[in-house]
Ligand binder design. Sequence first.
Ligand SMILES: [Ca+2]
Ligand SMILES: [Ca+2]
Length: 464
Amino acid sequence: MKTIYTISICSLLLSSILYAKPNILFISIDDLNDWVGFMDGHPQAKTPHMDRLAKRGRNFTNAHCSVPVCTSSRNSVMSGIGPMTHGSYEIGPKYEELPALADAPTIQRYFKDHGYFTLSGGKVLHHNFGGRLIDDIDKPLGRARTPRPKKPMTRPASWSTAWDWGTYPDSDPKMGDIQLAEAAAEALKEDYDKPFFMSVGFFRPHVPLLVPPKWFELYEKDKIVLPNNPKSDLDDLPKNFLSINDYAVAPTHAEVTGSGNQRSLTHAYLASVSFVDYCVGIVMDALEASPYADNTIIVLWSDHGFHLGEKQHWAKRTLWEESTRVPLLMTGPGIKPGKACKEPASLLDLYPTLVDLCNLPKNDRLEGISLLPQLKDPGKARKHPAITSSYFGNHSIRTRDWRMISYEDGSKELYDHRTDSDEFVNLAKDPKHQNVITRLAKWLPKKAVPEFKEKSERLRIRKK
Ligand SMILES: [Ca+2]
Ligand SMILES: [Ca+2]
């Protein structure tokens, strides 16, 4: 009798371990491009914590955002619904302002509705930086606010107040991102009677590039390698997007170089990247020391990339590699370490992938495609390219080997990533490559709702 009793207790325990849903730690980083060790985008970038994470699971080195600005990218990730359906192709409307998303549960809400305890803090959705819609989460982790200096640190007087940089504040504990990382670390010490879905949204390396002095001291300013951005690179481009900063607050490349600030800004970006890497490390260490170490899936992603002078451009919004490509890491139970995945992936794929990994019912509205096959085998080919859109009617189609950009006026760019990862040589007019253009053009969206403009117009800032 005792034996039978023990066996049934053991099998109960075993089944609860076997069938327990994994926890999710969903870490987003704002404006982080490929200047991280595990993507090799800058030879001097120091990101030991994220590199450690990359070695543990799957590193998607060809992952791209749906829209290369904060709001629309995040609305797409969190809804699993892309811009051609929700109509936000530029910075602007909040999730809850987009009629197409009115009944679309955020990924947090979906997991909460299916038995998860949800926690969220920092910049997850763009607005309010509280990381949530009102009823999305059970426990807020804070807003990651960092005080700004009363006077400008380094920026030229004519630049946007957002575009400042320098050694501020004087120590880590004053940084909102550190406070958020520590709040997440504390939350990982607690007991939960349900699996959790914890969203943690770090704000650096978004401008202003203000971090404490020790992060600047990691790099020797005079020895920092600057991106190779020959002016002649623009000679073979259609006119679209060449003046895109007229619509944004970022300085032009001429303003950056003319004011002698290119090296200094590049230094500040690298310092901010190393700083946010340290924040990720705080959360990783806390998870490793917790009871959840072996049953938590970590997803780390950035909402879009960032130019630092490439194609004479600063910041985001373009359809080139620097803007669209993002770090994307996934680790945890069921994801064996292995080679990096070079197949195209979209941030839209995160929602269906996590639904799959956690065995939740299918959400029929999701437009991405699960990455489960590539989590099992990084070499498994993907037919579907990564599609990025910026402003209505402009799209990039990125496959394993190619990028094609098609602008609203029909002009095109084509790059062969097997030989030209910098996208220097536009092959769109080369007769030998018309078959590639025809093949890739089949992926261009056939239906796209018009841009939802109600609020976005207000947020477009013309400098002159
Ligand atoms: Ca962003
Ligand atoms: Ca070129």
